[in-house]
Design a protein around this ligand. Structure first.
Ligand code: ATP
Ligand code: MG
Length: 500
């Protein structure tokens, strides 16, 4: 057993013992009947009693009454408000939580509104007809209003602990940690304080109640917002180990909110980035899409590169960047990502296919060139290279098939764009994939320069020319646009592997 595993196991045992002591000897802060944590007078920032010293990761909860914050009900999705009031009327506590409160306090339109409650998922389902339960790792209720989905989670409890007299007692059977300290299942219910402790960043442990329209700040998130600081709750290493995706979230929030990552939260990232390997590939794809398609792709890319995160997610590209930090792979990535950010800014559609095609183009091209040198035809080499690079990446990031098919189209058309003689250019123009392939060629031209610039300009003219001008453009090509015809095929022999 490695030293690290022993160390992590010790930490888990110690945290279980501490948790046991807390449960046995500590006093728990219960939610009041009014449905919010105990607080003193309304109208000023108030503090509620905390559990016994040392028992919680959190400072005293701060309450900001309605006149102390700028969140108005008209800024909140009417459907989210409906969910809060319905749960309240059914006798449950319910709060808006996390990113939506953070964003409203920052004056940003929230991406979504999340609700947290003391009702169990099954109880939530009984309150709403338009509700479905989802998730294994986190059991959640989705209340569906047409295209808007309000996610309703039950207060999370601690993932380690012993029997509890409470009705919301942790169920050890459903909560478990891996050897690396990663949370595997997390269907352990708890109190609002425990729920706040389980949130990732201090700026995300903010709760809003429709009982008194107050904001409850459990982790000094409001001062952190003022300081523009992304800071994990608790010990950063433990929190990253529990869920390495928090590394990606730290990066994403830093760029999205124009904040800095607190030094202690930033420090472990390069060393722990390797733990992203333990995340299921479909989840990593979702997180990468959030990083690359939300208007801050370039900044996120740079931060991922600097923190050794990119090496874990896109190792083929990272390798090229190490060989040539400012080379054409970097130039193409930069152009593609900046272009995507500009499109998001202008509300134009963007697709993961185009971005991933750009990020992986040079690994594909390089591999294809090697295979051509080995004697394969250009087409075969390209097909094999695309398959190899995509198979490789799928082990880390599960890019859905509809996107990998589109990536293959963009890549395969790059070599066809050089062959324009006879009717070829006309045929290519009719291809539904032409536009994407041409846009891609333009980016390559910007990144690489040289003959690609002329090629991209030729296609630009050809697209918008009338028939006679198009014919003239083709005639002017001379030898340049003439396909040299199929290469003589040589049999491709696999190199014998050791032992064969
Ligand atoms: P955005 O919606 O803008 O991406 P967000 O903070 O709302 O940001 P969500 O993924 O919607 O992010 O999550 C809602 C809340 O759930 C977060 O604010 C945070 O409190 C909590 N949360 C989400 N993911 C994690 C995680 N991996 N670990 C701990 N808490 C999390
Ligand atoms: Mg959110």
């Amino acid at each position: 057993m490695s030293l690290r595993v022993v160390f992590v196991r010790r930490i888990i045992i110690i945290s279980r013992v501490l948790d046991f002591c807390r449960r046995t000897f500590g006093t728990k802060t219960k939610a009041t009947k009014a449905g919010h944590p105990k607080s003193k007078a309304a109208g000023k920032v108030t503090q509620t009693p905390r559990p016994a010293a040392g028992a919680s990761l959190l400072p005293q909860v701060q309450r900001l009454s309605r006149d102390q914050h700028a969140i108005s009900r008209k800024d909140i999705s009417p459907n989210a408000l409906k969910v809060l009031y319905r749960l309240k009327d059914a006798g449950f506590d319910a709060y808006l939580v996390g990113g939506c409160i953070r964003d409203l306090l920052l004056g940003i339109k929230p991406k979504d509104f999340d609700v947290v409650t003391n009702a169990k998922p099954e109880q939530v389902k009984q309150v709403f007809r338009n509700c479905r339960l989802i998730g294994r790792r986190f059991r959640l209720a989705h209340v569906v209003f047409g295209r808007e989905v309000i996610e309703v989670a039950t207060f999370r409890g601690h993932h380690s602990g012993s029997e509890d007299e409470d009705d919301t007692a942790p169920k050890l059977k459903t909560a478990s940690l891996s050897d690396h300290g990663q949370i595997l299942r997390d269907n352990v219910y708890g109190t609002i304080e425990e729920d706040a402790e389980r949130r990732d960043f201090t700026i995300n442990a903010l709760y809003y109640s429709v009982n008194d329209f107050s904001v409850y700040d459990f982790a000094n998130g409001i001062p952190a917002i003022a300081e523009r600081k992304i800071e994990l709750i608790g010990d950063p290493e433990t929190r990253y180990r529990e869920d390495p995706v928090r590394i990606l979230r730290a990066i994403r929030f830093a760029t999205k909110l124009n904040m800095h990552i607190a030094p202690a939260t930033a420090a472990p990232i390069p060393q722990l980035a390797v733990m992203l390997k333990n995340i299921p590939p479909p989840r990593l794809f979702d997180e990468l899409v959030k990083l690359l398609l939300a208007g801050k792709a370039f900044d996120n890319f740079m931060l991922m590169r600097d923190t050794r995160v990119l090496k874990q997610l896109l190792p083929q590209l990272d390798k090229l960047l190490k060989q040539e930090p400012e080379g054409k792979a970097f130039q193409l990535a930069t152009k593609a990502l900046q272009n995507t950010d500009a499109r998001v800014d202008a509300d134009k559609p963007v697709t993961p296919a185009f971005i991933f095609a750009a990020l992986l183009w040079y690994p594909v091209e390089l591999r294809s060139q090697t295979l051509v040198t080995d004697g394969l035809s250009e087409i075969d080499a390209m097909n094999i290279a695309m398959t190899e690079v995509l198979d490789d990446i799928q082990r880390t990031i599960a890019i859905p098939k509809r996107f990998t098919l589109a990536m293959r189209d963009i890549w395969a058309l790059q070599s066809r764009l050089t062959k324009r003689a006879g009717r070829r250019a006309f045929k290519l123009l009719e291809q539904p994939k032409f536009r994407g392939a041409f846009d891609f060629l333009q980016l390559r031209a910007e990144a690489e320069g040289g003959s690609l610039i002329e090629l991209a300009q030729w296609w630009e003219r050809f697209q918008f020319a009338d028939e006679p001008d198009r014919l003239q453009l083709i005639n002017q090509l001379g030898k340049d646009g003439i396909d040299k015809g199929p290469r003589r095929r040589r049999t491709y022999k696999r190199k014998p592997t050791a032992g064969q």
